[in-house]
Design a binder for this molecule. Structure first.
Ligand code: HEC
Ligand code: HEC
Ligand code: HEC
Ligand code: HEC
Ligand code: HEC
Length: 209
């Protein structure tokens, strides 16, 4: 069922991703090369397919396949499409901050490595391009956010073998993210108990020393 350009693109992506997660211009180039003419799955664009795959054009937008929960985002970004179908690794976009405590959310210009040439007439991509052009930070609505009196480090948890899915659910299957996992104090403390990690109040709450 998968379009052939996509398969080729995926192979190209793996070729770049496996040796180095950072080479986005190369990735974009690989996409640009292989996706000529088939850069949209919008039903309105039904004659844009290249000669060899004209019947494989997708007709359903991924935005229509499940009822959407969670906040509407300024750009309708789909994890299902990027992390699911396209198999982009989480860490490709969510690189750690300098301290490793927080993970970053990519800037519009990062997305444009691909979207300068991919799906350029998709309405969401047009919005994305406008943010990139005006060099504006996309005002993503946050999904998981702890109150400021709680300390949390991704680095420590990932180093101890926790997975993204454990705390954020089946992200790669979601067209739109919602808070499907609980990050309450009880959840934190339960796992800390189970893993024999500290449950002192001070571990998570930055009280005066
Ligand atoms: C490695 C390349 C790549 C990167 C990086 C990338 N995308 Fe995409 N994106 C794609 C491909 C491929 C599609 C599918 C196009 C299609 O189906 O015709 C897509 C589709 C989309 C769509 C259209 C969804 C729909 O309705 O069909 C939007 C919007 C989008 N991406 C936003 C983003 C945003 C925002 C970012 C950055 C956070 C981003 N993309 C990063 C490759 C990429
Ligand atoms: C042990 C639980 C846990 C694991 C494992 C985990 N996260 Fe998180 N994540 C959280 C919590 C809690 C927050 C909210 C942090 C805050 O507001 O300070 C968060 C926030 C985020 C954010 C928003 C930016 C930030 O850092 O606050 C992103 C993006 C994110 N997580 C992605 C991921 C990815 C990708 C993975 C896997 C590589 C992952 N998370 C693994 C619990 C976890
Ligand atoms: C193409 C880039 C890209 C990839 C790949 C990607 N993400 Fe994201 N992620 C984003 C963007 C953009 C947002 C902000 C919009 C949103 O919430 O959907 C985001 C938001 C999130 C958030 C919510 C952060 C918060 O608190 O607001 C979590 C959690 C997350 N991603 C986890 C993951 C996991 C787990 C994976 C791998 C399965 C993954 N992401 C793969 C771009 C990406
Ligand atoms: C999947 C199990 C798990 C969950 C869920 C979890 N933790 Fe942890 N946490 C651990 C483990 C394991 C350690 C490492 C303990 C050690 O260093 O021996 C740890 C360590 C920590 C530390 C100490 C970091 C350091 O610098 O040593 C803090 C703070 C922390 N967790 C906060 C939280 C908060 C807040 C939450 C909930 C949002 C949470 N954790 C959820 C397993 C978990
Ligand atoms: C493993 C991490 C962790 C430990 C240990 C921990 N807390 Fe919390 N605590 C949290 C998180 C996460 C929240 C925020 C919950 C939310 O936003 O829903 C929180 C919230 C709170 C709140 C705000 C009210 C509430 O329930 O939301 C109080 C008060 C509190 N904690 C007290 C304590 C005390 C006292 C201890 C020691 C007995 C302690 N905490 C130990 C993670 C922790």
């Amino acid at each position: 069922m998968m379009q052939s350009w996509r398969l080729v693109s995926l192979l190209a992506l793996f070729a770049f991703w496996i040796p180095s997660l950072g080479s986005t211009p190369a990735v974009a180039a690989a996409f640009a090369q292989n996706s000529t003419g088939t850069t949209t799955n919008s039903p309105a664009q039904n004659n844009a397919a290249s000669s060899s795959s004209s019947t494989a054009q997708e007709t359903t937008s991924p935005l229509q396949t499940e009822p959407l929960r969670g906040p509407e985002q300024p750009v309708p970004f789909s994890h299902k499409q990027h992390a699911g179908t396209l198999k982009m690794p989480c860490e490709y976009c969510h690189t750690p901050s300098r301290s490793g405590e927080t993970l970053t959310i990519p800037r519009a210009s990062f997305c444009m490595h691909c979207h300068l040439t991919i799906a350029t007439d998709n309405a969401g991509v047009e919005k994305l391009a406008a943010y990139a052009k005006s060099n504006t930070t996309i005002p993503w609505v946050r999904i998981y956010e702890l109150p400021s009196f709680v300390g949390f480090s991704h680095k420590v948890h990932l180093q101890h073998g926790a997975t993204c899915e454990q705390c954020h659910g089946a992200v790669a299957e979601r067209v739109r993210l919602y808070k499907e996992s609980d990050i309450s104090m009880a959840t934190c403390v339960n796992c800390h108990r189970a893993k024999q990690a500290s449950i002192d109040c001070n571990t998570c709450h930055m009280l005066e020393q």
